[in-house]
Design a protein around this ligand. Structure first.
Ligand SMILES: Nc1ncnc2c1ncn2[C@@H]1O[C@H](COP(=O)(O)OP(=O)(O)OP(=O)(O)O)[C@@H](O)[C@H]1O
Ligand SMILES: O=P(O)(O)OC[C@H]1O[C@H](OP(=O)(O)OP(=O)(O)O)[C@H](O)[C@@H]1O
Length: 215
């Protein structure tokens, strides 16, 4: 039996993705939701399907390299990496947020600057966005707590995910421009999609789940 691996991100998307996964017929073992568990790979109700729990940026890498055949990840991550080996056939409509430029309240608009320093987890998308305005962005790569950067003089602006805006507000920042609207996507490895019929069947199962939800 060909083994199929599904890569899921830990954290908020995992919680939102589980009901969809179950409706698609995949029921992972309970240890997947146990935050104290140090296991990384989990069995499911199907002997041919297992689930791995990894960081969201790594979901794309595992699937792109074919170590997992299917995954769930935000299109922020997909756009940042732009892996040609990935196909993202289904918008799952979960993990809804946006990637935005933010800065301290009262920061003067960028007018004559040709260079800006930006703290972000998304250097590729940030550079592309500012290049579109003729501005060169120097990115300081952070992996979290971006909002601290302007407060502590690391960079005057940030590019980060915004949902309710609470994090920005509590740190004295305002959203200036939206770069990308974000939702989580089902992703598949292109080669696996062509060669493993079960991968295509699972994609159809997810499509059916979302079709029912929309009806
Ligand atoms: N505030 C939010 N509201 C909705 N979705 C979000 C929000 N923040 C992030 N997401 C989505 O969840 C994904 C994972 O978010 P994030 O990178 O913040 O999680 P994390 O657990 O801190 O990841 P890691 O541990 O890998 O750094 C993002 O790529 C995005 O698609
Ligand atoms: O607009 P809000 O609703 O406040 O959400 C935005 C926050 O959510 C994300 O962080 P997350 O909670 O995933 O924490 P992290 O950055 O520390 O990983 C993002 O990086 C923001 O900090």
């Amino acid at each position: 039996m060909q083994q199929l691996v599904i890569a899921l991100p830990k954290g908020r998307i995992l919680k939102e993705a589980l009901p969809l996964l179950r409706e698609a017929g995949i029921h992972p073992e309970a240890a997947l939701f146990d935050e104290d568990s140090r296991a990384l790979r989990f069995a499911t109700n199907r002997p041919d399907v297992s689930v791995i729990r990894v960081r969201s940026f790594d979901v794309a890498t595992f699937v792109a390299f074919g170590a997992a055949q299917i995954g769930i990840v935000g299109n922020d991550v997909l756009a940042e990496f732009d892996y040609s080996e990935l196909y993202s056939p289904v918008d799952l409509g979960i993990g809804r947020c946006r990637l935005s430029v933010a800065e301290p309240l009262g920061t003067p608009p960028i007018t004559s600057e040709s260079h800006v320093r930006v703290a972000t987890k998304y250097p590729h998308l940030t550079k592309l966005h500012f290049a579109g305005q003729g501005i060169q962005a120097e990115c300081v790569k952070l992996n979290g707590a971006m909002e601290l950067a302007p407060l502590l003089g690391l960079a005057p602006r940030i590019v980060d995910l915004v949902s309710t805006g609470k994090t920005l507000k509590e740190n004295g920042l305002v959203e200036r421009e939206v770069i990308l609207e974000v939702t989580s996507r089902l992703i598949v490895n292109r080669a696996a999609f062509k060669t493993m019929p079960e991968v295509a069947r699972l994609v159809d199962a997810f499509r059916a789940v979302l079709g029912r939800a929309a009806a």
